[in-house]
Write a protein that binds this ligand. Structure first.
Ligand SMILES: Cc1ncc(COP(=O)(O)O)c(C=O)c1O
Length: 388
């Protein structure tokens, strides 16, 4: 079996890389959600081979892309999907925007669980819809529960037409159970609220937890959802800007396609679909090794902080390489917290209040880097907290 070297340091500076080229050279960037790992060798080989052909004209849409998406869903999550449920999309966030345009009207309410992945705070008002926050309940052990009572109250409002679920949940790292997903699905069905399930982090789930695709819950759930996926987080190919929507219901699929067709956004790209096909068909080994490597980084982070920097707490991380750190014991305002880590420790993370209610006092740290980089960042943090 192929082995990937996740310890390898790859210099990303100077590659027009948002994560590294945004900050000064002395800053360790642990913010935006891509990894510092090279993508799997079979993807590199396929891309190089295709590049060497030398002609990159209009591609034809074969079903290789759809087959790869279906293949992955079946082998990783046991979800049987038909090829004609799959729609190419230019990445996940554009797919969520198309769903907003297709299934809601200007002035409608859209429910999102808070704290929420920051672009959700923009794409909803930018499209003339209102955002309603269903606040997750933060337990003393760092885990999160759903406030179902509040969720029902928000879903039952007259102008609420969509629920955007982020599963697993960014930024809290919660992996929803079947029971929780079914309860959310039932409430949405009861109030005729359409579900968009953003499952971009579904491959990275830690021991003891299981990702369940929303559309696999029941026939009724399948008929009331769009599931958005993208192997970009797992295989580090976010820059190819390609993803997929899975829409089991034919009528919903036609509706979803309309805004995409209106702006002619269906044209696939030569270097967009190819890495996805290779990733999903040939690179299980990489996904498995990645999750094991990240789990090890997470254990290191947890042990280091609890022994040396108890002011910063790792919550109950069940999924994702974006770790939600409770820094409230440092007693700093959101602005000061960001400044403290960036200016003093020289570690760039995402500041919690940008994720909305429930985010103040937290920082989101990306641990998808070689362990040596994580160790250096933690040493820096330990030093500044001790000298605070
Ligand atoms: C929950 C979630 N959805 C979507 C995205 C972005 O997806 P894309 O680059 O495919 O638009 C991210 C990236 O961090 C994310 O965390």
């Amino acid at each position: 079996m192929l082995q990937h070297n996740f310890d390898e340091i790859v210099d990303r500076r100077g590659t027009e890389c948002k994560k590294w080229d945004t900050y000064d050279a002395d800053v360790i960037p642990m913010w935006i959600a891509d990894t510092d790992f090279k993508c799997p060798q079979p993807i590199i080989d396929a891309m190089v081979k295709r590049a060497q052909h030398g002609i990159y004209g209009y591609p034809i849409s074969t079903q290789n892309f759809e087959k790869a998406i279906a293949n992955w869903q079946k082998k990783r999550f046991g979800w049987d999907i038909d090829l004609d449920w799959v729609e190419y999309t230019p990445a996940v966030i554009p797919a969520v925007v198309y769903a907003i345009q297709a299934f809601t009207l200007p002035g409608d309410n859209i429910v999102v669980q808070m704290p929420a992945y920051h672009p959700f705070h923009k794409i909803i008002p930018d499209n003339g819809r209102h955002i309603l926050g269903n606040n997750l309940i933060h337990n003393p052990d760092g885990s999160y529960d759903i406030d179902f009572e509040q969720l029902e109250q928000l879903l039952s409002q007259k102008r609420t037409s969509m629920f955007i679920l982020c599963s697993p949940h960014n930024p809290t790292g919660k992996c929803f159970t079947r029971e929780e997903l079914s309860k959310m699905s039932d409430l949405c069905l009861k109030y005729h609220v359409f579900v968009v399930s953003d499952e971009i982090h579904s491959d990275i789930v830690y021991k003891g937890h299981t990702h369940i695709p929303f559309g696999s819950l029941s026939q009724a759930a399948a008929d009331n959802c769009v599931v958005c996926v993208n192997p970009s987080k797992t295989f580090n190919i976010a820059g190819v800007r390609t993803g997929a929507a899975i829409i089991p219901n034919r009528h919903n699929h036609d509706r979803f396609y309309e805004p995409l067709e209106n702006v002619k956004a269906y044209g696939r790209t030569v270097f967009g679909t190819l890495p996805i096909e290779v990733a999903y068909n040939q690179c299980d080994y990489y996904a498995d090794q990645l999750v094991a490597y990240l789990e090890n980084n997470l254990t290191y982070l947890r042990t280091f902080l609890s022994e040396k920097v108890p002011e910063i707490k790792v919550g109950n991380t069940q999924a994702m390489y974006l770790i939600w750190l409770d820094c409230s014991a440092l007693g700093l305002s959101p602005e000061k917290l960001q400044e403290f880590f960036l200016k003093k420790a020289k570690v760039a993370m995402n500041e919690g209040s940008t994720f909305g209610p429930g985010g103040a006092g937290f920082m989101r740290m990306n641990i998808a880097c070689p362990k040596s980089v994580l160790m250096e960042a933690l040493n820096r943090i330990e030093k500044v907290v001790k000298n605070k």
